[in-house]
Design a binder for this molecule. Structure first.
Ligand code: FES
Length: 247
């Protein structure tokens, strides 16, 4: 997450938390702030005056963009969490990671033999895994990362798929792995290979891609691009209402 310190309280965040009276101290990049108790870290940052410009995508625990390193002042252990899901605790130091430059192999799935040799050729560091479990302890989604790395080595791809499907690709496992693996990218490769092996190409997807290439949606997209904020909001609420969603 990339943040800008505007040194003034974000009014939206303050409005939502006006009821909360108890203030707690947090430290962002070493600087102390007082924020209302009960806010998520993301809301606390906004309350403190930071504008979240990057790395705060979904706000719903689904995109992995808001990975945060957390340490309580009286503890030595570094913890991790998603800023949009984790409630800020008093006396915690917080660091947002906008990006982890982990190794990501380039490959053409159409030409890649779906076997273990392909995986270790693309990610030879996989063989260095020593089973220390640091990756599992670093996962803000509580996934069994070490177990899916082990399943990759054993060739048990179904287990890799099961254990890694909820991965948000935040990169925390790679940031902390002492053997310098990027488990999330390795699991992505395995899921892709498994999917390619097991499932027939989807005719609906093929059709949708053809529609996109033929420009079927261009006019509609341009209309959205031309709308101002109010029009976009109106359109969004209308759409949500038509689906019966709460707005
Ligand atoms: S903003 Fe998407 S997971 Fe937190």
């Amino acid at each position: 997450m990339t943040i800008d310190d505007h040194r003034e309280t974000n009014e939206d965040a303050r409005g939502e938390t006006a009821q909360s009276q108890t203030m707690i101290p947090i430290y962002v990049l070493g600087k102390r702030y007082e924020v209302p108790q009960g806010l998520t870290i993301m809301k606390a940052l906004e309350y403190a005056g930071h504008t979240l410009k990057r790395g705060c995508g979904c706000r719903g625990g689904a995109c992995g963009a808001c990975a945060t390193v957390i340490r309580h002042t009286d503890k030595y252990r570094l913890q991790v969490g998603l800023a949009c899901q984790t409630v800020a605790e008093p006396d915690t130091h917080l660091l947002q990671l906008p990006y982890v430059p982990a190794h990501k192999a380039i490959y053409d799935l159409d030409r890649l033999p779906p076997d273990e040799a392909s995986i270790t050729a693309l990610y030879p560091e996989l063989l260095r895994c020593m089973g220390c479990n640091t990756c599992t302890r670093s996962c803000p989604m509580d996934l069994e990362v070490m177990n899916y790395v082990g399943a990759t080595l054993r060739g048990d791809w179904d287990q890799v798929v099961d254990l890694s499907m909820e991965c948000l690709m935040c990169g925390m496992c790679a940031a902390r792995c002492p053997a310098e693996l990027a488990p999330f990218n390795i699991a992505l490769l395995v899921r892709r290979m498994r999917g390619r092996q097991r499932y027939a190409p989807s005719p609906d997807l093929r059709q949708r891609l053809a529609d996109i290439s033929a420009g079927v949606f261009d006019d509609e997209l341009q209309q959205l691009k031309d709308m101002n904020r109010e029009k976009l909001q109106e359109r969004f609420y209308h759409h949500q209402k038509s689906k019966g969603a709460a707005v």
